[in-house]
Design a protein around this ligand. Structure first.
Ligand SMILES: NC(=O)c1ccc[n+]([C@@H]2O[C@H](COP(=O)([O-])OP(=O)(O)OC[C@H]3O[C@@H](n4cnc5c(N)ncnc54)[C@H](O)[C@@H]3O)[C@@H](O)[C@H]2O)c1
Length: 345
């Protein structure tokens, strides 16, 4: 397979690329190395590739000339995973223009280049559950360690109303709709995945994005400080810690992308909610309990005000993707967090 991964030096992209290299696919990557850790993932991928198996070019997808030149040189591709993006809601509030250029203009440039140079390729776009907005109209109940949504015991499906909120929600949502529409209008083999939280090795989490990774890192730092007898500083959490997400381990996600590339005819033109599902949902407080129990330390944290547009409860209903291709997440949060912890350590 000849596979193009935009954002291939990021967390999801580098895991997908490593798996493709392992299967002897030819991998092409576009990445601007904007993200912390992407340089490290680039070096890691280069160490795994055989001669002529991996091509990485560093440029901004908002630059339409650079995108077209790249496609002119290397297309056609069999598969395109479009993962490059401005990924943090907080950054989008500080710099909405950068967010717009990356997520909307960048996606548009890739769709147009695909239409011109690689119209047969399967094009998968990594969208987000944030396209459903704050979901304030949903009845949410508070329990001891988490929120629940009694009307949606299996989570939310794709028919839930779109309600873009925050620059990040608007830019990812606009791109999500462009990608779907380029199937309707131009017949491209596009597929949209609306992702919940993804976690696992090679995720260089920050305060702004990658909450499981970020809190594991805080835990590791507190543990190391305790071992050295240094006073530990509390870390902060936004809100009361009862907000819930379904979490998906990267190995399960990579399998899904691979399955989808080989089932394009079933999935083209479709949108899917993709996460761990209700069985793999976690609140922040539940994550802290796993970390406390496993590591026998008492985490020291402080609450700060809620983040803008933060959903109190979001869990994907996986019925649609289960029905289209037989894909089910296999890695439990406990297994996945242990794996991530080992990588982080
Ligand atoms: N990780 C999650 O939990 C999650 C959840 C929902 C949606 N998503 C989406 O999945 C995709 C991949 O996420 P990730 O966690 O791997 O993110 P990431 O930040 O680790 O990877 C994104 C990559 O894109 C690159 N990039 C950023 N701006 C660019 C630009 N203008 N031109 C070229 N490259 C650029 C970055 O350098 C980085 O290597 C993103 O589009 C994100 O919005 C991720």
């Amino acid at each position: 397979m000849k596979l193009l991964i935009t954002g291939g030096c990021g967390f999801v992209g580098s895991n997908l690329a490593a798996s493709a290299l392992n299967k002897q696919d030819q991998v092409f990557i576009i990445d601007s190395l904007f993200r912390l850790g992407s340089e490290k993932n680039k070096t890691w991928l280069a160490s795994k590739a055989k001669k002529n198996q991996l091509m990485i070019e560093i440029f901004d997808i908002a630059d339409s000339k650079a995108v077209n030149n790249f496609f002119e040189k290397y297309a056609p591709f069999d598969g395109i995973a479009h993962l490059a993006g401005q990924v943090a809601m907080t950054t989008s509030m500080q710099n909405p223009r950068l967010d717009f250029l990356t997520n909307v203009v960048g996606t548009f440039n890739l769709l147009e280049a695909t239409r011109q140079y690689s119209p047969q390729a399967t094009f998968i776009y990594a969208s987000t559950n944030k396209v459903y907005g704050e979901m304030k109209e949903i009845n949410i109940e508070e329990r001891e360690n988490r929120y629940i949504s009694p009307g949606f015991p299996n989570g939310f499906d794709e028919s839930f109303q779109l309600d873009f909120s925050s620059p990040y929600g608007c830019s990812k949502g606009a791109a999500d709709q462009y990608v779907r529409d380029w199937h309707r209008n131009y017949g491209l083999n596009t597929i949209v995945f609306r992702h919940s939280s993804i976690y696992g090795g090679r995720q260089f989490a920050t305060f702004d994005q990658g909450w499981i990774g970020w809190f594991c890192l805080q835990t590791l730092q507190q543990k190391q400080a305790l071992e050295k007898g240094i006073d530990i500083k509390p870390f902060t959490i936004a809100g009361n810690g009862k907000q819930v997400r379904d979490v998906l381990h990267i190995e399960d996600l990579v399998k899904l992308y691979e399955l989808t590339f080989s089932n394009t005819n079933m999935c083209r033109g479709e949108i899917f909610n993709i996460g761990g599902g209700i069985g793999n949902s976690l609140s922040l407080l539940e994550l802290f309990k796993i970390l406390n129990d496993n590591l026998e330390i008492h985490l020291n944290f402080q609450q700060t005000p809620w983040r803008h547009s933060d959903q109190k409860f979001f869990v994907c209903n996986l019925s649609k993707i289960n029905g289209y291709i037989a894909w089910y997440p296999k890695i439990t949060p406990l297994e996945g967090i242990n794996q991530y912890w080992n990588w982080l350590s």
